[in-house]
Design a protein. Structure first.
Length: 473
């Protein structure tokens, strides 16, 4: 793992030691300098990923100093700390370009959390996403790969929407690459000179998400030992990516709607209105229309988010892209593992192209990585791919019994618990639906009208689902 550097400006030895202990599992090097002049000298000679600056004596030129600490256009997150609990200082410092603001006393775990977020932000802001790299020797580890008609439509949408300030909603199944598209929108946009702030709405407990989004004042609740700015303040003048927006609680949906409409909000425990100018990119794998129908998502928020939409196609609709993606992942993971280049036989590619991959590009990526580990330098053949498909995709059961359904579900839950699979509800639903339609068509000798009558579906639906699940007629 590449070593990352953090520059500490005016930070006392006690806090430095506590930060080092809290981040001991990270590959980090902490460099300490006494003041801003020394910081500029260090930045000139060395590459840093994050700056932590102590504003010991807040003064008018402190925010300006923060905004000037950039190197060759690199977006360098600056975390400001101060012994002043003044809310106005927090606002001014963040407006000047700081990534975050913390007032003392600071718990080391809180500072470590913010530093980790800043490191992720630094990576997202500065690691370029290649769009359909035709040069297979491209050095970028992140890329949107594919030349199918469906992906060309995505590239066109990126070209149209990147330069504009409009809110963009990215939709697509799990594993289709929504985060990559969000980063590409940001990197080709008019605010690429500022950070990309990311928050996963599904990964943070509901009780903490409001504070993460909008920040809190010191003493707002138990454990709020210092003032904390939220993601919206961090993204003022920049871009905020709200991943898995469909998992947002209804009460927070109302507060998000207010920010989108009025461009201002209050921190938790605060009464001061804070104005922000944020470019919003949101993403979800959920059917928001269905959620609106069952009352779990606000219709007015949907229309605010759905100003412009990019729909990412599932892998099954990207004819021909599996070959390109497989070559890309073979090269990428081969270089990471430091082994000799490994090829893939035609039979292996053909089996991948005919496989049902509900995990989409992420599932294909994981399969290529596993295949490389097992290949021991030899070509990856169809038998190995078949073996991996059995492991990652439980075979359909011909006879549907209570025992077989329980076993099927246990396999899925076990795979999810180990991190091998995600979104297993959708996977289980699709597997059972595919098996039901296949068995019904088999028993009706392919009679679509009879199958539709048995299942209570229209003939058009049967045809579409048979095509989706690649059920032979």
């Amino acid at each position: 793992m590449e070593e990352r550097r953090i520059l500490l400006v005016g930070v006392d030895p006690e806090l430095k030691g506590a930060l080092g202990e809290a981040l001991r599992n990270e590959e980090l090097r902490l460099t300490t300098v006494p003041d801003g002049d020394a910081a500029e000298e260090e930045i000139y000679h060395r590459d840093f990923q994050v700056i932590v600056q102590n504003l010991t004596q807040p003064r008018a030129d402190s925010p300006a100093l923060l905004s000037n600490q950039r190197k060759d256009g690199q977006k360098l997150p600056v975390i400001a700390i101060s012994d002043s609990p003044d809310s106005n200082l927090a606002i001014e410092v963040v407006k000047a370009g700081a990534f975050d603001f913390l007032s003392t006393p600071i718990h080391p775990s809180e500072l470590a959390k913010v530093v980790s977020e800043a490191l992720a932000c630094s990576r997202n802001s500065n690691e370029t996403v290649e769009i359909d790299p035709r040069d297979e020797w491209t050095e970028s580890p992140e890329a949107l790969v594919g030349n199918s008609r469906a992906m060309v439509d995505v590239y066109k949408a990126l070209g149209r929407l990147s330069p504009t300030p409009v809110t963009v909603l990215i939709r697509g199944e799990t594993g289709t690459g929504k985060e990559l598209v969000a980063r590409a929108l940001y990197q080709h946009g008019h605010r690429a000179h500022r950070e990309l702030i990311t928050i996963n709405c599904a990964a943070i407990p509901e009780s903490l998400l409001e504070s993460e989004l909008f920040g809190h004042e010191k003493g707002a609740f138990t454990g709020a030992v210092s003032t904390r700015v939220g993601k919206f303040e961090q993204a003022n003048g920049a871009t905020l990516f709200l991943d898995e927006i469909g998992d947002l609680d209804l009460s927070l949906q109302a507060k998000l709607l207010r920010v989108l409409q009025e461009k201002r909000f209050q921190r938790v425990g605060g009464n001061k209105e804070i104005s922000v100018d944020v470019r919003i990119i949101a993403a979800t794998h959920r059917s928001l229309e269905r959620m609106i129908s069952d009352g779990s998502f606000r219709e007015d928020l949907f229309y605010r988010l759905n100003v412009a939409t990019i729909k990412l196609p599932p892998l099954r609709d990207r004819t021909g892209d599996i070959r390109l993606l497989s070559r890309f992942f073979l090269k990428r993971f081969g270089e990471e593992m430091g082994g000799t280049p490994v090829s893939m036989t035609r039979e292996a590619i053909s089996r991948l192209e005919s496989a049902h991959l509900p995990g989409n590009v992420r599932q294909l990526q994981n399969m290529i990585r596993k295949a490389l580990l097992r290949s021991r330098g030899y070509a990856i053949d169809g038998a190995m791919i078949e073996e991996l498909l059995v492991e990652t995709e439980p075979p359909e059961k011909g006879a549907v019994t209570t025992e077989s359904i329980d076993g099927f579900c246990r396999e899925l839950v076990s795979a999810a618990a180990t991190g091998a699979l995600e979104n297993i509800h959708q996977r289980a639903t699709e597997q059972m639906e595919a098996a039901l339609i296949r068995i019904a068509l088999d028993q009706s000798d392919g009679n679509i009208s009879q199958t539709a009558k048995w299942l209570g579906l229209s003939r058009l639906t049967i045809r579409e689902k048979a095509k989706k699940y690649r059920i032979p007629r």
